[in-house]
Design a protein around this ligand. Structure first.
Ligand code: UD1
Ligand code: UDP
Length: 380
């Protein structure tokens, strides 16, 4: 039986790989091995618990104030013996984190083929998102199989002379996870969150964590949130804060005194995705949220200067506002106070997937490893 080793380390990788790991486990002629670097600890464990995934190996890498070098070196060193010992037929990595890049390089050093899930996204700017744009490009160079979520991602890869027969357009597995998780009648275990989300008032969800926003951009972003809080007295803000202490310090300083900015611990994926379904507007610099929110018909203001996910911007449900304090304030205020403007932006679109990405990826893996299955048809 062919062995597929999935390697991941952070919350978003785990959320997007979990449904795929479950599919591999349920596929008779594939053996699943799961390795986590634990580049994240608590935020990774939340996802592993939810999807009931017990890793076969855990490098337990995370430490406070870790540098990119710490993660790269730790992952590369830790993965070497595991890849040699397990000798997988294929290593699967996801997206653009430093775990993703280090795992791809580690597999390449053992001449083990790499399948890159969520391949081909490009912002075109090597320093934004940093270091993710380059992590994703390097992973693309190391990979033998490219699972591009969308047609645009496939086209990016083709432009870089990636061989077309190695690219499979599959949809994004985040939509597989989302569709299994969100229910309109979901009841939040946390009573205070349930009450907050039931309140008949405008509700805004905020998340921020990107490295390039840490520092002055985040100061401007949080100042805009504070101004919105002060000027919109009926509006509630829900802000599950990333565990990064740098983000926490900036958020606490700017928003600690705002009574209706609810700064809470990172939510488990299930309540978080269901909270997205209940709020009116999302302010975020997250990659995953740019994919999830449009599918639930929620307008998103992206706190970044560019995006490697242009599809929902083109569909009109996502707007890039960067870290310009005035622009964030004006755009959010307009959407929260002008019903017409809001309705214009609010529409459910699914440019990122149809919930069947994992099925297609499994087919592609079997096509590659056994050459028995037919090549799966591209999504889109
Ligand atoms: C990482 C990824 C980024 C991804 C993000 C998702 C890289 C370079 N960055 O960024 O692409 O978008 O994850 O959230 O791969 N921490 C905890 N507990 C946790 C997680 C983090 O305490 O469960 C704290 C630690 O102090 C850690 C710090 O957050 O040192 C930063 O974590 P790190 O993974 O280096 O960067 P992220 O900003 O989380
Ligand atoms: N998410 C979560 N709990 C939270 C905030 C986000 O489960 O409190 C989920 C969210 O639904 C999305 C993913 O985490 O699937 C995004 O992760 P993050 O923003 O940390 O990273 P990015 O997507 O920017 O790489």
């Amino acid at each position: 039986m062919k062995k597929v080793m999935s390697i991941f380390g952070t919350r978003p990788e785990a959320i997007k790989m979990a449904p795929l790991v479950k599919h591999i486990e349920a596929t008779e002629d594939l053996k699943s091995v799961v390795v986590v670097t634990a580049q994240h600890r608590e935020m990774l464990d939340q996802v592993l618990d939810l999807f009931q995934i017990t890793p076969d190996y855990d490098l337990n890498l995370m430490k406070a104030n870790q540098t990119l070098t710490d993660i790269t070196v730790g992952a590369l060193r830790g993965l070497e013996r595991i890849i040699i010992k397990e000798a997988p037929d294929l290593v699967l990595v996801h997206g653009d984190t430093t775990t993703t890049f280090a795992a791809s390089l580690g597999a390449f050093y053992q001449q083990t083929p790499v399948g890159h899930v969520e391949a081909g996204l490009r912002s075109g700017n090597r320093y934004s998102p940093f270091p993710e744009e380059i992590n994703r490009r390097l992973t693309g160079s190391l990979a033998s199989l490219h699972f591009a979520p969308t047609k645009a991602a496939r086209e990016n890869l083709l432009r870089e002379n990636v061989m077309p027969e190695t690219i499979f357009t599959t949809g994004n597995t985040v939509i597989d996870a989302l569709l299994k998780t969100v229910q309109d009648d979901y009841i939040f275990a946390e009573q205070s969150l349930q009450e907050l989300l039931e309140r008949d008032c405008p509700k805004v969800l905020v998340t921020a964590h990107r490295r390039e926003n840490q520092g002055q951009p985040m100061v401007r972003i949080f100042s805009a949130v504070r101004a919105l809080h002060d000027d919109l007295p009926t509006c509630e803000f829900i802000f599950p804060i990333h565990k990064n202490p740098r983000v926490r310090a900036l958020a606490q300083e700017a928003l600690g005194a705002c009574a209706r900015v609810h700064m809470i611990e990172p939510l488990d994926y299930e309540p978080f995705a269901n909270a997205v379904n209940k709020v009116d507007l999302i302010l975020t610099d997250s990659g995953g949220l740019q994919e999830e929110a449009p599918s639930l018909g929620k307008p998103v203001l992206v706190l970044r200067e560019n995006t490697e996910r242009p599809e929902a911007v083109e569909a009109g449900t996502v707007l890039l506002v960067g870290s310009d304090q005035q622009k964030i304030y004006d755009t959010a205020k307009e959407l929260l106070t002008n019903q017409k403007a809001y309705e214009k932006m609010r529409r459910a679109v699914n440019p990122y997937g149809d919930g069947k990405a994992c099925e297609r990826i499994i087919k592609a893996i079997k096509f590659y490893l056994y050459n028995t299955e037919e090549r799966p048809a591209d999504w889109q």
